[in-house]
Design a protein around this ligand. Structure first.
Ligand SMILES: *[C@@H]1O[C@H](CO)[C@@H](O)[C@H](O)[C@H]1NC(C)=O
Ligand SMILES: *[C@@H]1O[C@H](CO)[C@@H](O)[C@H](O)[C@H]1NC(C)=O
Ligand SMILES: *[C@@H]1O[C@H](CO)[C@@H](O)[C@H](O)[C@H]1NC(C)=O
Ligand SMILES: *[C@@H]1O[C@H](CO)[C@@H](O)[C@H](O)[C@H]1NC(C)=O
Length: 523
């Protein structure tokens, strides 16, 4: 039923006819090969690739593959067979749908000022629509989470916050949004809400409040919140939530401040506010928590930490130790991607085991950030695709409920960023050529976001590998539509044969060299 419903609403009569004939309604990637790298897919005013998620018929599966060699959501399908006995040469993944773990909240990206500036700069309405649809519609990645900055970030054209004037205005009597909200972010959000198939959960985060609330009276650098403005900073969040809601963009959740350690160390050119863990606990317990939970918006999710993995456990534990009551207000813990290489994912297990009612979500990550020492934008980089693949697989296998990418789109230099913090993005806009480009990372995001709708539950997988082969990294879920979805990564430069077993049925697949595949099974 759901399937018919979607077809009728979202596709043209032409596609309906094609579908009735059993032909998939996908539009292929318009591939452009980049030097010695993988391909990018080019969208222009008349053409943009599309991908449809089809429900496999009973007793069959549909597989989608993206590879270094250039496949992008390449579709294949097959019948399930009765399980046979295993041999020594085939990798076998045995799924156990009765052992369940976390429930998916969602996948998405950040609507920074820069993302909206670049989107608007495409100028052509059809091209702008293609970009929105590529991420949010049923013909795209079906993202269902958007992270929205409260005021400016390093991906803005200047440093700013709301109610910068009058200074020392504890009641925020002049709080208003700015032209970045009215002319850029909200118009783009409205288009996103229109195009999306799922309900969009907006996660809002402050990088820096107005300088007068801070010890250094500036946006960037070492700082802390002046004690007389603890309540004011909580009010700053509430006023933002009220205004966005009034303008038709309801807020699902907030994080307690972006990367608080940036403001403690003073390193890096990023708008920030420094927090020691104990002070943050105090602010949550005395100001933010009571204000939000006593408001019309009492059901908003409050996510704490919102900083790099190596700091997560230390910060969370210190906060809870000093202010155990903070647990009463916190729904989850937010983590960023950039220093994941320094600390294993076991830190997540500690939180999950000690606080089973708190969820963990990856709220920011991208390729080409300062620490990667590469070019900020690398068109067609498969290496950067693998950074995403490995990190998302790892996070999901350690009970994270979602993964939010950084800027939805950037220009060819990885900006604009007024602090010159340029990075890479899954979509690069080229307004001069009337095009935007989908990087390999775009498809990686889709291999998860499109096939793991909100409510999907992770299930156990047991892998048996032939001698002298590497693991085929994997994760598996049951979806709310009662299908089983397995995401696989073949890191080897040779084909791999894999059997996926589900109860007494199996699918046998050949994985392309250096590829990822999503397999949806209807057993
Ligand atoms: C747009 O892309 C399509 C597919 O690659 C191509 O056939 C067409 O010529 C392009 N149009 C323009 C104006 O570049
Ligand atoms: C906020 O700014 C907008 C756009 O400049 C303006 O229309 C509106 O009246 C302002 N609201 C308040 C409460 O000042
Ligand atoms: C509501 O505010 C009161 C007074 O500040 C506070 O004692 C109470 O804990 C708050 N309620 C919640 C649910 O936080
Ligand atoms: C829009 O794109 C053009 C062409 O690439 C560029 O020169 C210009 O700086 C861009 N404008 C903004 C506001 O980014």
């Amino acid at each position: 039923m759901t399937f018919f419903f979607k077809i009728i609403i979202f596709t043209t009569p032409l596609l309906l006819v094609l579908w009735a004939d059993g032909v998939y309604s996908d539009k292929k990637c318009a591939a452009r090969k980049i030097e010695d790298r993988s391909v990018v897919c080019v969208c222009n005013v008349t053409y943009c690739d599309e991908i449809t998620r089809e429900r496999p018929a009973d007793g069959s599966y549909i597989a989608y593959t993206t590879s270094k060699a250039g496949s992008r959501f390449l579709k294949s399908s097959g019948e399930l067979e009765t399980c046979d006995s295993d041999d020594l040469f085939t990798t076998v993944l045995t799924l156990d749908p009765d052992t369940k773990y976390q429930t998916i909240e969602g996948f998405g990206g950040a609507l920074t000022d820069s993302a909206a500036i670049n989107w608007k700069n495409l100028s052509d309405p059809q091209l702008m629509q293609y970009l929105i649809d590529s991420y949010f519609s049923s013909s795209g990645l079906e993202y269902n989470v958007v992270r929205v900055p409260i005021g400016g970030t390093d991906f803005s054209t200047h440093g700013y916050a709301y109610n910068e004037e009058p200074v020392n205005d504890a009641e925020l009597t002049h709080f208003n949004l700015t032209s970045e909200d009215y002319d850029l972010k909200i118009p783009m959000l409205k288009e996103i809400l229109k195009a999306s198939t799922a309900s969009i959960h907006v996660l809002a985060t402050t990088w820096s409040p107005p300088p007068w609330m801070k010890s250094n009276n500036a946006f960037v650098g070492q700082s802390y919140l002046l004690p007389q403005y603890y309540r004011t900073y909580a009010l700053y969040y509430l006023k933002f939530i009220e205004m966005y809601t009034k303008l038709g963009v309801p807020i699902w959740g907030i994080t307690t401040t972006n990367e608080p350690i940036n403001g403690v160390t003073g390193s890096g050119q990023v708008n920030s506010l420094g927090w020691l863990a104990a002070d943050m606990g105090k602010w949550i317990v005395e100001d933010l928590g009571p204000l939000i939970r006593n408001s019309t918006f009492k059901d908003i999710k409050i996510l704490c930490v919102d900083d790099q993995r190596p700091l997560l456990l230390y910060f969370f534990n210190a906060m809870v130790k000093e202010h155990p009551e903070s647990l009463k207000y916190i729904d989850g813990v937010a983590v960023h991607f950039y220093l994941d290489a320094l600390v294993g994912p076991e830190v997540f297990t500690v939180i999950t085991n000690n606080y089973p009612d708190k969820f963990i979500m990856a709220t920011e990550g991208c390729a080409g950030a300062v620490l990667s020492f590469g070019k900020r934008v690398q068109l067609g980089s498969w290496e950067r695709a693998t950074e995403y693949i490995k990190d998302i697989l790892e996070d999901l296998n350690y009970n994270l409920v979602g993964w939010i990418d950084w800027n939805l789109d950037l220009d060819e230099y990885g900006g604009p960023s007024y602090t010159n913090g340029n990075v890479d993005s899954p979509i690069i806009v080229l307004p001069d050529s009337g095009e935007f480009i989908k990087q390999p990372t775009f498809y990686v995001m889709g291999h998860f976001s499109k096939f793991l709708p909100r409510g999907s539950k992770r299930i156990a997988v047991e892998e048996s590998i032939p001698l002298s082969s590497k693991s085929i990294e994997n994760v598996a879920f049951v979806t709310p539509d009662s299908t089983t979805v397995v995401v696989l990564y073949n890191s080897e430069s040779r084909e791999r044969e894999v059997k996926v077993k589900l109860k007494d049925q199996q699918a046998t697949l050949t994985l392309e060299p250096e590829s990822m595949s999503t397999i949806e099974i209807n057993a």
